[in-house]
Design a protein. Structure first.
Lengths: 327, 283
């Protein structure tokens, strides 16, 4: 209660100071306002600065290659020819694979945690899943190289080839590092985001919706699937976008298992490359302004795409959760 | 009971089973990750890991003392840069902000939070490393500091927002000016939450590797001061894991174990502290 003492003193500052007290009071108030406003505005400034720097620093490459940068696939630093297609392809394929695995599993887990499990168990499990989100990406990479890749090589891929070997996506030799491995590591990494955001969104669906459905004789699952999930669908979509943005921008884990070979192969078992991975690997070794500028343009592409995806995701989540403004 | 009810109940049971399995798989992943790191990491960990410099290629032994200190310095700098801005921004949003501008700032903060960390690395390279002419601890701190801002803004705002309005009114009724009420009543009431939020923020950037690759770079030796490239734990894990030497792989496991233990214990402590606080927003 020491604070109240201090307050009293201030509040009861002698009226003899009159005029100057009021002025000082206002000046402090203004100052506090301005300082916090500046800090809040800094967020804007930083975002603008990121856009500006990426744009300005990539001008050399943008002017030389134009839009063709995105659609050509020759990446030859020595000849000074840069096309981003193999990296864009690798990024899209690994992220798509990750979503394919993580969305059903994540949604299933979110439904279980929000609708099926008793609150106590749900809270404990959610706690563990949020810890999963805290695991650094370089650790996922470490496990990817030394644990996942050998397992894939020994049992998973031979089994897949035996069953689905005819498909073009499972053709060719498998050396461990590949688009396939990267997609699987990514799927584990984005899971916790899908689970925790979807769970929140499901929980924010009003209780009476559930009760009305149950009262009509629907089972718990029917209520969940036909009433709660449709109600939360745009928020769930938002969580998927959020996860997709994560997957596209993920660097370390992908760099460690994708194989770092700029090529476009139909087979998932072939090594590939991703935008973030090529930046991580070549940025410090980039000799010459054009090379560096091309890498920064890749950064611009990545930033632009994730910016738009995140923007959409946030809007979708806001429209679902009622406590919108403060969620 | 009609026959359709039988089907209905069966489907219900099956779906509980399937969704439960999804949850189990997800949680199981965490157990696997912990298990492998404890298994491989503790076997590779030794006292010299904490006290010695990395051994030259071909020699066994050595440690990562310089990377541990380097990570500490980079994180200290990041906290000094990121937390004040984030904290004050959060105070603005919760206490002063109007409707439209606050909404836009909040939105931007979330977008900034979603920027791939490697992009932050590029920008800090262009703004700090390039003008200075060399990689440095300082540049690494700036990169991680920028990454800390969005989470700090949002968590500060959330915890301040959870302070009951009546507390503010009581302070104002005593005649305190608004800023005084915020500083001596509202912020102290939310302090536990804000500190926990800061810890979670720190734990998140502690494992960041990508933005350090071309800001702090790395270093086989000690990095005195703030102006030289420095080794950090995450970057060392990366370099050692992709290198072709078995001994380096062992060191990478040891470093991974130390990093994960650090990050998860901060997380657990902060989250437990939060769940016992008085003013906890459901997050």
């Amino acid at each position: 209660m020491a604070t109240t003492g201090a307050l009293n003193q201030d509040a009861l500052t002698p009226p003899s100071r009159g005029e100057s007290f009021v002025r000082r009071f206002r000046a402090d108030e203004e100052l506090a306002y301005l300082v916090t406003l500046t800090a809040a505005a800094a967020v804007f400034l930083i975002t603008a600065l990121v856009w500006y720097e990426l744009f300005a620093q990539s001008s050399l490459s943008r002017h030389k290659f134009g839009w063709g940068f995105l659609f050509t696939s020759t990446w030859d630093p020595i000849a000074g020819t840069f096309g981003a297609l193999p990296f864009i392809y690798g990024t899209v394929v690994t992220s798509a694979l990750a979503l394919l695995i993580a969305v059903p599993q994540g949604l299933g887990a979110a439904i279980f945690l929000a609708e099926m499990a008793p609150p106590r168990i749900s809270n404990a499990l959610t706690f563990l899943i949020e810890l999963l989100a805290a695991v650094p990406s370089v650790i996922y990479g470490l496990l990817g190289i030394f644990i996942l890749v050998p397992i894939l090589q020994k049992s998973v891929v031979p089994a897949l080839k035996a069953v689905l070997g005819e498909l073009p996506i499972f053709q060719g030799a498998f050396y461990g590092v590949s688009t396939f491995s990267a997609g699987i590591v990514l799927s584990v990494m984005i899971l916790p985001f899908i689970v925790s955001v979807s769970r929140e969104v499901l929980l924010s669906v009003p209780r009476d919706q559930r009760e009305a459905s149950l009262a009509l004789g629907a089972s718990q699952w029917q209520t969940t699937w036909r009433v709660v999930v449709p109600n939360a669908s745009s928020g769930i979509m938002g969580s998927i976008f959020l996860a997709l943005a994560r997957a596209l921008g993920e660097t370390m884990a992908v760099t460690m298992v994708i194989g770092n070979t700029p090529q476009i192969k139909a087979s998932l078992l072939a090594p590939g490359y991703s935008i973030a991975a090529v930046i991580a690997n070549e940025f410090t070794e980039a000799t010459g302004d054009l090379y560096l500028s091309a890498l920064i343009e890749l950064g611009l592409v990545l930033f632009g795409v994730t910016f738009v995806l995140n923007g959409l995701a946030r809007i979708l989540i806001l429209t679902t959760s009622r406590g919108g403004a403060h969620s | 009971m009609r026959t359709s009810d039988w089907g209905k109940d069966l489907v219900n049971q099956i779906m509980i089973g399937i969704t439960g399995l999804c949850t189990l798989l997800t949680v199981g992943t965490l157990i696997f990750i912990l298990g492998y790191l404890v298994y491989h990491g503790s076997a590779a960990l030794s006292w010299s890991f904490f006290t010695q410099l990395p051994a030259p290629v071909g020699e066994t032994g050595g440690g990562m003392a310089n990377a541990i200190v380097g990570s500490g310095k980079v994180l200290l700098l990041a906290t000094l840069i990121g937390i004040p801005i984030g904290f004050l921004g959060g105070v603005y949003l919760s206490e002063y902000g109007g409707k439209t501008f606050s909404f836009v700032v909040r939105y931007m903060t979330d977008l900034l939070n979603g920027v791939p960390s490697i992009v932050i690395g590029i920008v800090v390279y262009a703004l700090v490393v390039h003008p200075m002419g060399h990689f440095s601890t300082f540049a690494g701190g700036v990169a991680l500091g920028v990454m800390m801002i969005p989470i700090s803004v949002r968590s500060t705002e959330e915890f301040l927002h959870a302070v009951p309005q009546s507390l503010r009114e009581a302070a104002l009724a005593l005649g305190a000016p608004k800023w005084k009420a915020i500083v001596s009543v509202v912020i102290p009431a939310a302090m536990r939450g804000i500190i926990s939020g800061t810890m979670l923020d720190l734990a998140r950037v502690a494992g960041e590797t990508a933005p350090l690759l071309f800001t702090a770079l790395s270093n086989q030796f000690w990095s005195p001061g703030w102006n030289q490239p420095t080794a950090t734990l995450p970057v060392m894990i990366f370099t050692y894991a992709i290198a072709p030497y078995d001994d380096w792989h062992r060191q990478a496991w040891a470093a991974g174990f130390v990093l994960l233990a650090l990050v998860l214990s901060i997380n657990i402590i902060a989250r437990l502290a939060l769940s016992r606080g008085t003013y906890v927003p459901k997050s």
